[in-house]
Design a protein around this ligand. Sequence first.
Ligand code: PGA
Length: 261
Amino acid sequence: MKKIINKGEKEMKIVVVKNSEEMSKKAGRLIGSQVIVKENCVLGLATGSTPIGTYQDMIAQYKEGVLDFSKVSVFNLDEYIGVTADNDQSYAYFMKENLFQHVNIDLAKTNIPSGMATDMEAECLAYEAKMKAAGGVDLQLLGIGNNGHIGFNEPDHNFSQRTHTVQLTESTIEANARFFKTKEEVPTMAVTMGIKTIMNARKVVLVATGKGKAQAIYGTVLGPIDPQVPSSILQLHKDTVLVIDEEAASLLPKEIWNTEV
Ligand code: PGA
């Protein structure tokens, strides 16, 4: 894979594929390689519609006998506050439906911050401590919001640090309303890994498809590093791969598209 942006030790690789199906395969194979190389690896996983195909690819690799998840640990990025794990809108439920129940992962090794804790501050600290005790995240999968959010780290005056609670922005609530019957049902608060937590992952794989993400992808790659576009901090990460389709890449100059891996 060619280095596209190289700022000293930092590099960002940009893989542009035709469509969502190819994106899912590519990202699924990157995560699969991590599991093969380190069978007890720690995966940071994400929810949203974009990673669903990636999970399907990981499930397919498992069914083919290529991947064994029995020693893998998972830490998810985020969860809604006030939604129980068994509610079909929770991210805990999403992960079970879309990945965990289809592979041989040990559920005791899967972690999602609880949005139902009575003491959310203690929950956030405990989540960070557990991640640290597990050795830190080897590979973090990220989606990206139209506004450049990663996890639920919304545009802000500062980059957030560790796992914390957040008030969701109007644009995120609107984007998430498609999963609910009415906009009023969308939770307005969430708990999320912080930007610093995400930046501590040894490898980051960010997936995005569609025109709606093109501006956020432009800001991620070529914009100033600015907390108003939280994903722009990935320019300072030492091993980030963007796996994006042509529509999501459409505002990036073609010279920095790289389809060969
Ligand atoms: P999406 O969400 O994959 O459903 O577009 C991505 C995100 O908001 O992180």
